[in-house]
Design a protein around this ligand. Structure first.
Ligand code: ADP
Ligand code: MG
Length: 365
């Protein structure tokens, strides 16, 4: 099964309006085109599983919620219905799942993943739905348990966002390798949750604990990768045996993909920039290597999962046992043409990756 890839384009921001930016994205069905405003012959067409037009065709209500006024506009619900819902469907069947958000800083990764204000994103909507679905379970022999964890990778250091800063080990958590289970983060805290309110509270804590490193482009932690991990365990008693199905859902808001120069990184940030590039560059290398393999090129090359924290943790999500989706956020503005082209090319590689997801079920006496 291939990695499912979606692209989403946002409205102009105030900076782009100030620059009198021109729209350089068009979408129609599964086609996304990057327009060359000087020469239409140089327009570039890409095809993805989903293309979400969120550039215009909406009005904000008094709560700031975007209400579609055109059929073309994809609101948060529409994105959830097409991208988020299938994660839960697969989790219920016992598959591991992963959703990445990729794109340059300010393109709309966090808007799609977490959302802002009334415009809740895929993560909160999915969490709400998990508990709604659990409520519908009327099988007295089936137990369904949810727990969550939250990690940040910053400067190639893995921190547990749900452990208070003062109690964290210096140097962060170590990634270890288990013979059959693969890579895991040693000492990561797991928090059982029984309602949407529980999970919301935990995620708020995690978000507040994030490393805040300001760059010229974005005052928030655009240089860090944030991973929300939801473990969904179903235990069913059949006669005197118990069957356990486990699904691990990784929800990943990646660091901004822009080239470092554009963010104005100075010398003291150089180490940081290099390291952050390591996780993101390695993700790119892994995607490239897997895509090559699928195309019959360099069949025997080793996939460089080990070269960064991010690719170790998400090893399963890439070419392994996982149903994986990627949502690529792009700016609508010709001012960001080069970054958007690089995002669309990245997305084009990602869609070639094939995973081999299997149901994670085991029986115990
Ligand atoms: P990123 O996480 O990629 O750095 P954000 O998601 O924080 O970017 O988005 C940057 C800004 O653009 C935010 O103010 C956000 O509200 C706005 N934005 C992003 N995507 C959309 C969208 N689809 N509709 C409306 N506003 C959006
Ligand atoms: Mg963000």
């Amino acid at each position: 099964m291939s990695v499912v890839v979606a692209v989403r384009v946002r409205p102009f921001n105030t900076r782009e309006i100030g620059l009198n930016s021109q729209l350089c994205i068009d979408m129609d069905g599964t086609r996304t085109s990057l327009l060359d405003l000087n020469d239409p012959k140089k327009n570039k067409d890409f095809f993805f599983d989903y293309s979400f037009w969120s550039h215009d065709g909406f009005e904000l209500n008094e709560e700031g919620l975007a209400i579609p006024v055109s059929d073309r506009y994809a609101d948060q619900r529409a994105v959830y219905n097409q991208v988020g819902q299938q994660i839960l469907d697969n989790a219920w069947l016992g598959y591991h799942c992963c959703l990445f958000a990729y794109g340059q800083t300010g393109a709309g990764k966090s808007y799609s993943m977490v959302g802002y204000g009334a415009n809740k994103g895929i993560v909160p909507i999915a969490c709400q739905e998990i508990f709604e679905r659990i409520k519908l379970n009327d099988n007295p022999h089936l137990e369904q348990e949810v727990s969550c964890s939250m990690l940040e990778i910053y400067n190639e250091t893995v921190q547990d966002l749900l452990i208070p800063v003062t109690k964290r080990p210096t140097g962060g958590l170590k990634i270890r390798q288990h013979q059959s289970l693969g890579f895991y983060v040693d000492g990561m805290s797991k928090h059982p949750v029984e309602s949407y309110n529980d999970i919301e509270k935990i995620m708020d804590t995690g978000t507040q604990n994030r490393t805040v490193a300001s760059t010229q482009m974005n005052a928030c932690s655009s240089r860090a990768h944030t991973i929300i991990i939801i473990q969904f365990k179903q235990t069913e008693e059949k006669g005197d045996r118990k069957y356990e199905k486990l699904s691990i859902i990784n929800l990943v808001d990646l660091a901004g993909s822009e080239k470092v120069a554009k963010t104005g990184a100075t010398d003291k940030r150089l180490k940081e920039a290099t390291n952050i590039n390591l996780s993101l560059t390695t993700l790119g290398k892994v995607i490239q290597a897997l895509a090559d393999k699928e195309m019959g090129k360099n069949k025997n090359q080793v996939i460089p999962y080990r070269e960064s924290c991010l690719t170790k943790i998400l090893c399963n999500a890439l070419g392994g046992n996982s149903k994986t989706l990627m949502i690529c956020a792009v700016s609508p503005s010709n001012d960001n043409y080069e970054e958007t082209l690089s995002t669309l090319r990245y997305a084009d590689q990602a869609k070639k990756i094939k995973n081999k997801a299997t149901v994670n079920e085991s029986a115990t006496d």
